[in-house]
Design a protein around this ligand. Sequence first.
Ligand code: ADP
Length: 404
Amino acid sequence: MKILVLNSGSSSLKYQLIDSDTEQVLAKGIAERIGIADGGKIKHEAASKGKVEVEVDMPNHQNALDYIFALLTDPANGAIRSIEEISAVGHRVVHGGEKFADSIRVDEETINEIDKISSLAPLHNPSNLKGIRACMRLMPGVPQVAVFDTAFHATMPNYAYIYALPYKYYTHYGVRRYGFHGTSHRFVTRQAQKMLQEMGFDPDATKIITCHLGNGCSMAAVKGGKVVDTSMGMTPAEGLVMGTRAGDLDPAILIHLSRELGASIDDIDNIINKKSGLLGITGVSSDMRDVENAAAEGNQRADLALSIFCYRIKKYIGAYAAAMGGLDAIIFTGGIGENSRAVRQRVCRDMEFLGIELDEEKNDTLRGKADISKPSGKVKILLVPTNEELMIARETSHVVEAAD
Ligand code: ADP
């Protein structure tokens, strides 16, 4: 079946049309500057038809979808003759709270529930809902499926997700660890389980650490295919150093900064989410390629940023090996995880005591799905390219077929 996968942001809409039987991407693109007075643009590409860019103003998500549908069905640039060929739409929804541990077909009640969770993800859930509502209006009767970024982490035990705050903040306000990037962690876990099975491991007993390192970064400890801990928390701000996020901090720093700088809550939000991480340490860029280049040119702070970034990952590997009582494999994914030889090399350095032995040559040369560990290493180090859109398409067809 043909599935439209949508990632609806506040002013953008990313889409992929995927044939769930062949798992081929038939068309994809992004609509940008939705709801912004001018400069609206859709970048669109259908398989074997090349790229097109259309400049259109899109006052809202429904307008954007109208244009996207026109492009998808355009004889010159499209991939289908009619929108009726789309059997279902899979929506990325950032926060599923405690309510949604699985992907679900959306109805009015689900929309209300996702809306209720919006206080936990005020920047994301309302935007995700705009995409869902627009699709429900434009294609009534076509199943809409919500796939949650938090869902894969729903198997965490309570001692991993409860913060040591007064308990009522959990019961009354939902303050707990939820974790994010779950769709990516799930995708690479399933791929890795297959790879490990071929190497003789029992996939239902594997102890895996997944490292999703992109602009946002998170890790998960996955035992027998189920998450037992993850580095992002109630929001994506916790855990690893990221492009512009600080990750783990002494919470009292925020109080101190507020007093010292007279910083407001919004200022603090901006500092920890937008001004910190690689950007904050280097003052150069939030992009790992720029940071690596600057470090290679002798920029000390860029080198320090790399060290802090990798040291944090190393500490989580130690913690998660302890949490799972052992370790069979580390998975690297995301733009940095898949491409940065230097990061993988620094993370795996001096980790032989845990059975982690990186094969430097494989690390330098292999791309795509690959085992880059030395045969003597007890722990497999795997490169697994992520594909969140495909995972959403798989989940969507699964939900639709299960209902039939
Ligand atoms: P997002 O989280 O937005 O999906 P990506 O997964 O594409 O982002 O990751 C973006 C990050 O990957 C950026 O920091 C970028 O510099 C980094 N990256 C991409 N290619 C390379 C590379 N060849 N070497 C080092 N870092 C890379």
